[in-house]
Design a protein around this ligand. Structure first.
Ligand SMILES: Cc1cc2nc3c(=O)[nH]c(=O)nc-3n(C[C@H](O)[C@H](O)[C@H](O)COP(=O)(O)OP(=O)(O)OC[C@H]3O[C@@H](n4cnc5c(N)ncnc54)[C@H](O)[C@@H]3O)c2cc1C
Length: 258
């Protein structure tokens, strides 16, 4: 293991943060239990004083296919997995084309698009060195209780990469802003949409400094340049406060605040 200084104002998809020392885990290292694991920071808002952080090194970026069993290291970028499944004509992974990040981050968030989610296709996850069947892991809409560091995931695969499904997903009418963000800021409450609620309480387009509730999609907190953690947090708290006050609904963050 070794330390690496990561500047979250460049590394995170929302471009917010400061340089922080992160412990990089290599193969064979004992996994510490006093640090928070991060992936590729596409769903993170990192404060200037986060808890101690760790990350999987490139050792955990690999893909092995043996007959119908695909084993993927959790530092593998989703783009690499998509290319591999396309090249090897494997079905079921087309939706990862819409999800920036690592396989570890996808598993922890049970990331997905429409009805496609990673827990629909994963079989088992190696967590803190032990393979665990997915049926033993509590999971649901945008969460999975991994209770540890996922280092590898196993999928039973079928042939038949669908170019049609890929194109359909890529061509979904995208109402997502192109400005840096961490994806959806809040989970959709049951039977409603966080974006609709944020808009209804008058926050669509509202800014603090360079951070803004996007004019394109109100559930995206976007950074127009030099946005800070404090500004982002103020907008998040304001949305939660107003939605609770006006609708009695408690919005829950999808973005992970560290
Ligand atoms: C423009 C944009 C669009 C997006 N659209 C979608 C979408 O449509 N659907 C969707 O579901 N998501 C979406 N996201 C969010 C993001 O793509 C996913 O959450 C992704 O899975 C995050 O992966 P990551 O590696 O960046 O994880 P990070 O953001 O680094 O971490 C996310 C969480 O995973 C945990 N984690 C990371 N690695 C591990 C590990 N190895 N073991 C255990 N826990 C781990 C972290 O502790 C953290 O809680 C979007 C993001 C962006 C920027």
């Amino acid at each position: 293991m070794y330390f690496k200084t990561i500047d979250f104002s460049k590394f995170s998809s929302i471009r917010v943060g400061t340089p922080i020392e992160v412990l990089m885990l290599e193969r064979g290292d004992k996994i510490p239990n006093d640090r928070v694991i991060i992936g590729h920071a596409n769903n993170l808002l990192v404060s200037p004083t986060p808890p101690p952080l760790m990350m999987l090194s490139k050792d955990y970026s690999f893909i092995d296919l043996e007959e119908d069993v695909l084993t993927v290291g959790c530092a593998t970028p989703t783009g690499k997995l998509l290319s591999f499944t396309k090249k090897n004509d494997l079905a079921g992974f087309e939706f990862v084309s819409k999800l920036p990040g690592s396989i570890g981050g996808m598993l922890a968030m049970n990331a997905g698009v429409k009805s496609y989610e990673i827990f629909n296709i994963v079989d088992a996850i190696k967590i803190d060195g032990k393979w665990i069947d997915k049926r033993e892991i509590e999971h649901g809409y945008r969460f999975a209780k991994l209770n540890g560091v996922a280092t590898e995931a196993r999928f039973r695969v079928k042939r038949g990469f669908s170019k049609e499904l890929l194109d359909e997903l890529l061509n979904l009418r995208s109402n997502q802003p192109k400005t840096p963000s961490a994806g959806s800021a809040f989970k959709n409450p049951e039977g409603d949409y966080a974006g609709r609620l944020i808009e209804a309480v008058g926050l669509k387009g509202v800014s603090k400094g360079d951070m803004q509730w996007s004019e394109v999609h109100a559930n995206f907190l976007v950074n127009h340049g030099k946005g800070t953690f404090e500004e982002a947090k103020q907008l998040i708290d304001l949305a939660k406060e107003r939605v609770l006050e006006q609708f009695g609904i408690e919005l829950k963050e999808e973005v992970q605040i560290l």
